[in-house]
Design a protein around this ligand. Structure first.
Ligand code: ATP
Ligand code: MG
Length: 215
């Protein structure tokens, strides 16, 4: 996957000003940057949830920005797992049902119960989101993004409401998807202690992405 010269502005206020990024299968990439620097915007563009003003996004030689909407929809459905900054669970479905809802009929999917167990949620399977803590909700959202084993996993601060131990579990799970299953993983985080599982750490600043000088 390759992004070239991606730009985006909100109300003519530039946010992304020529972002380049190449991600290979098997790579886990961390993205850091000040609040408001455009990290979530970039992730939404990568997830085909938002069209940038200009630039190219190539996946296996195909330009996804000029692909038709049906093709983009199928990619979002089948190839991309997204963990939003807020969990966005369905209010009237239990933990277990949140995963069953999105489960595709594919051979490569993960066992949802095992996944929830790895994330320490086995005792919450039949609970509705309103009775979960913020960190539990966030872990359900992580499990939901991984259950179909998508080729591209995008996570926007997935450890923000987690304690250190649970944060590590989530980061190690994401990194393992990349390493053991040859997936592409991109994680935004504010938590420096979570970055050592990443293969590379990039800094988004002044509308550009560059290797972080501190990592
Ligand atoms: N839909 C929108 N309309 C107008 N401006 C927006 C919109 N979404 C984001 N912005 C602005 O664009 C800039 C980048 O926002 P973005 O959410 O991408 O930043 P971020 O790096 O994810 O920040 P944070 O670390 O706080 O989550 C901010 O100044 C924000 O106010
Ligand atoms: Mg954000």
């Amino acid at each position: 996957m390759k992004l070239t010269n991606i730009t985006h502005a909100y109300d003519s206020q530039p946010v992304l000003q020529g972002v380049d990024l190449e991600v290979k299968p098997g790579e886990c990439i961390g993205i850091i940057g000040p609040s408001g620097s455009g990290k979530s915007t970039l992730l939404q563009i990568l997830g085909l949830l938002k069209q940038p003003d200009a630039g190219r996004i190539e996946l296996e030689g195909k330009d996804l920005l000029i692909a038709d909407e049906e093709e983009r929809r199928l990619l979002r459905l089948n190839e991309i797992g997204f963990v939003f900054q807020q969990a966005h669970l369905v209010p009237y479905l239990t933990v277990r049902e949140q995963l069953e809802l999105v489960q595709a009929d594919s051979d490569s999917k993960q066992d949802p119960l095992r996944l929830l167990d790895v994330l320490g949620l086995s005792h919450r399977l039949n609970q509705l989101p309103q009775f979960l803590s913020g960190g539990e909700r966030q872990r359900v959202a992580v499990a939901r993004a991984l259950v179909n084993r998508p080729r591209l996993i995008l996570a926007d601060e997935p450890t923000a409401s987690l304690d250190f131990e649970n944060g590590r579990r989530v980061m190690e799970l994401l990194a393992a998807e990349a390493r053991n299953h040859n997936r592409r993983v991109i994680v935004i985080t504010h938590d420096e202690r979570m970055l050592d599982v990443c293969d590379r750490v990039l800094l988004l600043q002044d509308g550009k992405l560059q290797p972080s000088p501190r990592h």
